[in-house]
Design a protein around this ligand. Structure first.
Ligand SMILES: [Fe+2]
Ligand SMILES: [Fe+2]
Length: 203
């Protein structure tokens, strides 16, 4: 059960304004307190959403949750750090709500918590992954070439080659989601950068 489900929303104190321009310090103390608690529940919400990929095969040899676990397991066993492994775990989480731009959904979720390079890999893995199948669907296999010369080109190519395109093996012994949960919680513990950083700072 996620943290958000344990909150009694009906009986919580609420701000009094009808329009934001009527807002008072009192109103925003209430909302700020709620926000801090809600933000802490992010790892739970992300893990809950990732579970929606369970049983979703889309014609692939493994379902999307197994693909995610396998990508993360391969990255972890290859010695990647936690930011990278969490990115690998979540890289396709956008398949449900971003059916036409899934890499950007995952990239946005992890952006406050990872390096610029790890974010870039996530955001652009779609074009690099296309190298392995776009030509079967009438698309340009070399779509990734538009990023040639970019400082993160090689890192993204490597992610797809070593961990993503290789993670469709039904016989691979992937770690279970519980194995990665503590990593997700550690990586999402505190944003490295956020326009709301001051609002989540404890008084
Ligand atoms: Fe993907
Ligand atoms: Fe993938």
């Amino acid at each position: 059960m996620g943290v958000h489900e344990t909150i009694d929303h009906e009986n919580r104190e609420r701000a009094k304004f009808r329009e934001m321009k009527q807002g008072t310090a009192e109103d925003w103390a209430i909302i700020g307190g709620e926000y801090r608690a809600f933000a802490k529940g992010l790892p739970d919400r992300v893990l809950d959403h990732l579970k929606l990929l369970d049983g979703d095969f889309g014609g692939f040899p493994v379902d999307r949750l197994e693909h995610s676990l396998q990508t993360a397991t391969r990255a972890h066993r290859d010695g990647r750090d936690e930011q990278y492994v969490v990115m690998a775990l979540l890289h396709d989480i956008g398949d449900t709500l971003g059916s036409y731009n899934h890499p950007e959904v995952a990239a946005s979720i992890i952006k406050p918590f990872v390096s610029e390079e790890v974010h870039w890999i996530c955001q652009n893995h779609g074009a690099f992954q296309g190298y392995y199948y776009f030509h079967f669907l009438g698309m340009d296999q070399n779509a990734r070439d538009k990023f040639m010369g970019h400082p993160h080109y090689e890192a993204c190519r490597e992610f797809c080659e070593k961990y993503d395109q290789s993670a469709f093996d039904p016989d691979y012994d992937s770690e279970p989601l519980e194995f990665f949960e503590p990593m997700v919680r550690r990586v999402m513990e505190k944003p490295l950068a956020s326009m709301y950083a001051k609002a989540i700072a404890e008084e």
